[in-house]
Design a protein around this ligand. Structure first.
Ligand code: HEM
Ligand code: HEM
Length: 180
């Protein structure tokens, strides 16, 4: 039984590692060259595929950990609509991150690319080259990245509103605590 109102250190570590990897992933995604017919992934694209699959691994471990351990009860001061809204946003974040990684993996597989995580771990394709399914779902990867960014923006705005406007402890629940 959890007694503290804060997230535990494992949940915090998962949360902030995801934030750091997503920041890197968006940066690389925007910097890498546009895809042309017949091209093979170059350095930045390989980095994007590797970080993306690392995010998929991390989110799978995080989701499993969350299902096994649950989350601390919501801040006592929160009205019902904020509890429901935060659960919906958190659920959407999990789903969108998974959807981003799977659609990217389908896109790369459909192109017939050989995926090697950081040049060492080979990853099998999800579909055969030129697969219509890979094409259809892969097309959604770039537009969906904006949806994810929008929901993250909403999530961060809510965290800041709790800190500066509502002045409750919602943000502090997820911040690292140094020195006990
Ligand atoms: C949460 C994880 C991911 C995020 C946030 C993300 C984000 C992005 C972004 C912002 C772009 C640039 C889109 C544009 O040109 O406007 C992009 C492109 C791309 N990503 Fe990802 N990505 C993720 C995971 C992956 C994974 C796991 C793979 C493959 C294994 C992948 C493969 C690709 C490919 C092939 C492109 C170029 C094709 C396109 O523009 O649709 N991504 N990604
Ligand atoms: C600077 C950026 C961010 C801040 C300040 C922040 C802040 C927070 C806070 C305060 C909570 C706890 C809310 C509560 O008390 O229930 C939380 C939970 C959560 N955050 Fe963030 N967050 C940020 C970025 C992100 C990003 C990029 C994602 C994308 C995956 C994300 C996904 C989540 C999820 C899924 C939860 C729920 C955790 C769970 O119950 O399993 N956050 N965040």
């Amino acid at each position: 039984m959890r007694t503290s109102q804060d997230y535990g250190s494992a949940a915090k570590l998962f949360h902030w590692a995801t934030v750091a990897l997503l920041a890197a992933q968006f940066t690389v995604g925007w910097l890498m060259p546009d895809i042309k017919r017949g091209m093979q992934p170059e350095r930045l694209m390989n980095l994007h595929l590797s970080i993306g699959l690392l995010i998929l691994t991390l989110m799978t471990a995080r989701g499993a950990w969350r299902l096994a351990h649950g989350a601390p009860p919501p801040e006592a001061s929160l009205p019902a609509w904020q509890r429901i809204a935060s659960q919906l946003v958190h659920g959407a974040l999990y789903l969108l991150v998974f959807a981003m990684t799977i659609s990217g993996w389908l896109f790369a597989s459909m192109r017939g690319w050989k995926i090697m995580i950081f040049g060492t771990v080979p990853v099998p394709p999800l579909v055969v080259q030129s697969s219509p399914l890979g094409h259809a779902v892969g097309e959604w990867h770039a537009p969906m990245s904006w949806v994810l960014l929008g929901v993250v923006g909403l999530h961060v705005a809510a965290a800041l509103a709790h800190y500066f406007i509502f002045r409750d402890r919602v943000l502090q629940r997820m911040l690292p605590r140094f020195g006990g």
